[in-house]
Design a protein around this ligand. Structure first.
Ligand SMILES: C[S@@+](CC[C@H](N)C(=O)[O-])C[C@H]1O[C@@H](n2cnc3c(N)ncnc32)[C@H](O)[C@@H]1O
Length: 166
């Protein structure tokens, strides 16, 4: 299982255990990888077809008993527990600005103190126009009260790894 994202590789420098939520988990590679590493993982995606693929992947790697995949809209999702890590890798371009505000507020509130949020987004330098392309520092500004462990604005995309400190 080497098929994992750059964001995840960077994030795993800062955390090696705990409860993880992946928002917009796609076909489940990150989530299954984290489960194999010993994290307790839940993944959400809007796509029924992708959630089906996630469940198949979890069976192939024999981690289906240790992972939860849910077909849900991340904007509507009601949290019932807090997480050590919440990750969202290239999902927010599907959302309107006011929806992103809601999703990140909920992520922040439902992260334990000392826990992390890891997010990658497409920015305005990306040649593709999405529903939302992030402008300079927009992603970082959501995390003004947090410790920024990593933040980079690259050609086409930004990413952040931030730690909740209070
Ligand atoms: C570009 S893919 C990224 C998938 C995965 N994070 C990865 O990096 O491989 C974006 C994913 O976000 C999901 N998505 C888009 N809007 C969503 C929403 N409102 N709620 C849940 N999932 C959503 C899509 O179904 C898709 O699987």
């Amino acid at each position: 299982m080497e098929n994992r994202s750059e964001l995840l590789k960077k994030t795993l420098k800062y955390v090696d255990r705990g409860k993880v939520l992946e928002l917009g988990c796609g076909t489940g590679e990150n989530a299954v990888y984290l489960t194999l590493k010993g994290f307790k993982v839940a993944g959400l995606d809007l796509s029924k077809q992708f959630i089906h693929k996630c469940k198949n992947l979890a069976e192939i790697y024999d981690v289906h008993k240790n992972i939860i995949f849910m077909e849900k809209d991340i904007v509507q999702f009601e949290y019932s527990e807090k997480y050590d890590l919440i990750i969202s890798d290239f999902v927010f371009h599907f959302l309107e600005k006011d929806e992103i505000d809601i999703v990140i507020k909920n992520m922040e509130e439902n992260t334990v103190v000392g826990g992390l949020n890891s997010v990658s987004v497409f920015n305005e330098s990306n040649p593709d126009r999405f529903i939302h392309n992030f402008i300079k520092d927009e992603l970082k500004n959501y995390y003004s009260g947090w410790q920024i462990l990593e933040y980079e604005s690259l050609k086409g995309h930004d990413f952040i790894i931030a730690k909740k400190i209070s």
